[in-house]
Structures are given as C-alpha cells and as structure tokens.
Design a protein. Structure first.
Length: 307
C-alpha cells in the first residue's frame, strides 16, 4: 500500500461509527415511518422529511463557507437523490400502509443481491468471491428465518400485492441509485451532495403527493403529536445522520458491503419492538439474529483479508 493510499484511507473507528449509524439508526426508522404515516399521507410525509433535512443541511454547508457546485453536478446529485430516496425510501414509506413490517423488511433485505447483480464494475470480484456470495445467501436466510410465520404475502389482497411490487422495484432502484451516486463524478463535498440529493427527493415527494391528490383532502390540524415526533426523528436522526453516513460509506467501501445494512436493520427493528412495545423475543428470533450476523461477517471477510 502506498503512502497516498494510507493517507486517503479513513480510520477504522470512523468507518465503524458510520456502519453503526446505518445499521442501528436505519433499523429504528421502520418504527418511525409507521408512526409518521398514521396521520400524514406517505408521499407528503416523504416530501416533508427529505426536503426539511436537505434544506437544513444545505444552509449549514453555506454557513460553513462551502459553495454550491456547478449546475451539472447539481443535476447529477439530484438524480441520484430521486433514485435512492425519491423512489427507494419512499416506496418503503408507501408500502408500509399495506405490508406487515416483517414482510417489508424481507423485501428490503434483497438490496445486497441487487448491489452485486447491478455493480458491473465489480462483477469479476463479486462473483469470484465465495465469501461474498455465501454471506449474501446466509444473510438472506437469516432474514427469512427471523420473520417466518410473522406475516406473509396475501395473494388475494390486491393492496398487499401492489405494496410488494412497489417495494421490490423501489429496492432495485435504490441499489441502482446508490451505484450511480458512487460512480458518477461530480463536484462538491459529501455533505453538499447529500443535501442536494435530499432536497431533490423532497421535491419529488411533493410532486407525487400533488399528482395523487393527497394534499387537497389533508387536514394539517389532524397531525398527531406522535407523528410530529416521529418525523422530527426521521429528519434529524434518520436523514441528517443516517443518510450522510451511508453516502460517505459508499465512497470508501464496496457497495456489496455497505448494502449489508439491509440484513441488520430488521434485527434492530425486532429489538426495538421488544424494548419499546414489550414484544417477546423468541428463540427462533435469537437464532435468526446469529445467522444474520454470520452473513454480514462473511460478506466483509474478503475485505478484511485484503486489509
């Protein structure tokens, strides 16, 4: 390893902190989303969440003296934000109206597969690494074990089928958008890029909300306190901390490894359900958590060996 590589390599502590943010914080957002959409329509909620987080971060960057990148870079980052947040995360928000949280988590857990399949630049490495392929399979098996019997797709329920299709497509677009953001060269700091991406996703959410007719019949005075608190959490913790950590990780680690958050998030959601809502944790769930962690370790094994 050259001196330049050593200087550019982020500290292990910073990388671990970023992974912890993505693993734990994003796992908690399942609960936050469910609470927020109880009294706020999903597309409007997505627009408010992302635009608020984006504008706060953008103004903070300007206050620090950072400059807005050229229009071409703004457009590139905006498109990445629309793909990842506008299509990916918003599909989860919308689908949670109809799908059990466990089933939604299983679908989202397919994201690491799409990273490996869509990441053409790393096909040779990914498909020749037994640890990566094995880790993806083991991790997905853990997700299935975790939610076995906790709510399955009702083939006779058109709303559930629509939710399944929307979330699956959204997961694919999220992976594609993440790869686009990673490999597309654009100017601006990580924070400025994240701000632009979130603002663009927020605008997209407002547009879809208007097109679908959410706002005309919406009672702003009917928003509950729990939904407000949930949205504040999603803005400041889920977006400003979690999303920034994710965007930064995409720049310093392979997408297939960063994508392992999709395996850990459901486990965090189960734990929070026990901690906050008093839900029981069964032996099957404990075993599933162990399997999921084994999958994460396998996916990261190849990177550890290189380091």
């Amino acid at each position: 390893m050259t001196n330049t590589q050593t200087q550019n390599e982020p500290s292990k502590g910073l990388v671990l902190a970023a992974f912890a943010a993505v693993y734990i914080i994003w796992g908690s957002t399942y609960v936050g989303i469910a609470m927020a959409i109880r009294s706020v329509p999903p597309f409007l909620m997505a627009g408010l969440r992302f635009f608020a987080a984006g504008i706060i971060l953008y103004l903070w960057c300007l206050a620090k003296g950072e400059k807005t990148p050229p229009l071409t870079s703004v457009a590139k980052n905006a498109w990445g934000g629309v793909m990842m947040l506008g299509a990916g995360t918003t599909s989860l928000i919308w689908s949670e109206q109809y799908l059990p949280s466990g089933l939604a988590a299983v679908i989202v857990a397919s994201i690491p597969f799409f990273f490996v399949i869509l990441d053409k630049r790393n096909w040779k490495q990914n498909f020749s690494s037994k640890s990566i392929i094995g880790g993806l399979l083991v991790g997905f098996a853990g997700i299935v074990l975790l939610f076995q019997g906790k709510g399955s797709l009702n083939l006779h329920n058109s709303h559930q089928l629509a939710g399944f299709a929307v979330l699956l497509v959204g997961s694919i677009v999220w992976a594609a958008g993440s790869l686009y953001a990673k490999y597309t060269v654009s100017q601006g700091s990580t924070l400025v890029k994240a701000a632009i991406q979130m603002m663009a996703a927020g605008v997209a959410g407002f547009i879809v909300s208007f097109i679908t007719g959410e706002e005309p019949g919406f009672d702003w005075g009917g928003i509950t306190a729990s939904s407000i608190y949930a949205m504040l959490y999603l803005v400041f913790i889920g977006s400003l901390i979690g999303y920034i950590a994710y965007i930064w990780l995409l720049g310093v680690r392979p997408p297939s490894i960063v994508g392992t958050y999709a395996y850990v998030n459901p486990a965090v959601a189960i734990f929070l359900g026990w901690l906050i809502a008093g839900e029981k944790i069964t032996l099957q769930q404990v075993l599933a958590l162990a399997v999921i962690l084994c999958g994460v370790l396998l996916v990261n094994l190849a990177k550890y060996k290189k380091g």
